[in-house]
Design a protein around this ligand. Structure first.
Ligand SMILES: Nc1ncnc2c1ncn2[C@@H]1O[C@H](COP(=O)(O)OP(=O)(O)OP(=O)(O)O)[C@@H](O)[C@H]1O
Length: 286
């Protein structure tokens, strides 16, 4: 199998079926190295099923999926394990283990993939990932029930980053966050993507996220990716769903907000938001 440096994710001719419900048919997608690709589409168009197929949790009826040069669709067990350690996933809602602290949650993949790591080092790595995700140090010992929604997302992100992944999969990361918390989370993802040189596959309904941090957007409709490009490229297309999505009232508001932010950032000489202290973070991410 070829090591695909330019396209770490390649999907060709994907078909997914549940009973007589065909979710995907003839779906193709190529994700470029180092990009943040937003994946959008109406509810039930199969965004999560696509993500699950790419990470090997959903066996497709037809098609070929290549991730980091390995065919997920026929990976051997040993190869599968190697590949799984090269990506991190933030599922909808964070999917944290409720009986484990934040640090223990982050340690789960470390224990699974690197059982030989000594306890002290594992604790240190977990602590570093928690801080990297913008949580205060004292969050390490907290249980998920003690965290706000935004903090849970950050804890889930810390776990997704535990193994220093090359690919990061995010399923609706800003869903349920207030606009300020969502904007802070967008900037966190953008900062991490740039610092850690990540390729990010990001499912979202959040138009602000698309405008603020996505390099390209893939649109799912009619069981496949009907278009993939920058937002200006998509806006030039005549498809009714794309036009309504990006040119509807919410799409126009997000476009104006992006324009305002860019203008402000130009004036201030930087687009980086000020770091939040813990109290502000809890208040903002409620
Ligand atoms: N395990 C499953 N068994 C049966 N049907 C499923 C299963 N998983 C997903 N589906 C169906 O596949 C379709 C696509 O689901 P998916 O969750 O990928 O949609 P989505 O685009 O992510 O939606 P949303 O934006 O609402 O999260 C839906 O009709 C869903 O009911």
């Amino acid at each position: 199998m070829s090591e695909t440096s330019e396209f770490p994710i390649r999907v060709r001719g994907l078909k997914n079926v549940f009973g007589d419900h065909v979710v995907h048919e003839g779906l193709d997608l190529e994700v470029r190295k180092g990009e943040i690709i937003g994946v959008v589409g109406g509810s039930g168009t199969g965004k999560s099923v696509l993500m699950r197929s790419i990470i090997g949790l959903q066996v497709p009826a037809e098609g070929e999926i290549e991730v980091l040069g390995s065919k997920i669709t026929d990976a051997r067990d040993d190869e599968d394990i190697d590949i799984r350690s090269r990506w991190g996933v933030l599922f909808q809602g964070g999917a944290l283990f409720s009986t484990l602290t934040v640090a223990e949650n982050v340690e789960v993949p470390l224990r699974e993939f690197y059982p030989e790591i000594k306890d002290e080092l594992r604790h240190e790595i977990a602590r570093y990932k928690v801080l990297l995700s913008g949580l205060p140090a004292n969050a390490t010992g907290k249980y998920p029930s003690e965290l706000s929604g935004g903090m849970k997302k950050r804890a889930g992100l810390a776990r997704a980053l535990a193994l220093d992944p090359e690919l990061l999969f995010l399923d609706e990361p800003t869903a349920g966050l207030d606009p300020i918390g969502a904007a802070a989370f967008d900037q966190l993802i953008l900062g991490l993507q740039q610092t850690l040189d990540l390729t990010v596959f990001l499912i979202t309904h959040d138009l602000d996220t698309l405008y603020e941090i996505c390099d390209r957007v893939a649109v799912l409709a009619d069981r496949k990716v009907i278009a993939c490009g920058t937002i200006p490229e998509l806006l030039a297309l005549d498809h009714p769903w794309i036009q309504e999505y990006f040119n509807g009232p919410r799409g126009r508001a997000a476009q104006s907000a992006k324009h305002r932010n860019d203008t402000r950032a130009d004036a201030a000489g930087s687009s980086a938001p000020a770091p939040l202290d813990e109290t502000a973070q809890e208040q903002q991410e409620g």
